[in-house]
Design a protein. Structure first.
Length: 160
């Protein structure tokens, strides 16, 4: 009997010149950039909220969260709507991306552990580094990008 190799599908997207990926199973949909309503007294990376078929969905700028420059609106800028688990609750978030690339499949042996970069930088949110078309793809652990306090600030305690 052949050994089954578990491949995972990832949605790849660009932030600046880097390629990131998130498990396709966590992606609800991809939206064209739309008007985002700013919410006062929220963290810088929280760009505001959008109305998604009657639901209020917070939109975050991963570039700002990762210490990059703010995402600029272009023809390719989009919002990736993802489901994040926090304390057993599912939170729906929109994440700005410079552009979405493609869905790729990766096997576990194509993914190396996330690099340890000293003690000052938290890289827990990087699940691993995948190799695809001779480039590295940073695979994100969507549940670990934000702390509980940050998600609370962004969502106002709302879960979906």
């Amino acid at each position: 009997m052949a050994e089954s190799i578990e491949t995972t599908q990832y949605l790849t997207f660009n932030l600046s010149d880097e390629v990131f990926a998130v498990d396709v199973g966590r992606v609800r949909e991809i939206l064209e950039i739309t008007s985002i309503t700013k919410v006062p007294q929220t963290p810088d990376f929280m760009r505001g909220v959008i109305n998604l078929r009657g639901s209020v969905v917070p939109v975050i700028d991963l570039r700002l969260k990762f210490g990059m420059s703010e995402t600029e609106r272009t023809v390719n800028t989009c919002i990736i709507v993802v489901e994040v688990n926090m304390d057993g609750e599912t939170i729906v978030l929109g994440s700005l991306a410079d552009s979405v690339q493609e869905v790729i499949e990766m096997e576990p042996q194509q993914i190396e552990a996330a690099p340890h970069i000293g003690t000052h930088l938290n890289t827990d949110f990087i699940k691993g580094m995948g190799k695809h078309d001779s480039r590295f793809v940073m695979i994100l652990d969507i549940d670990k990008i934000f702390s509980g306090a940050e998600l609370e600030a962004v969502t106002g305690g709302q879960t979906v």
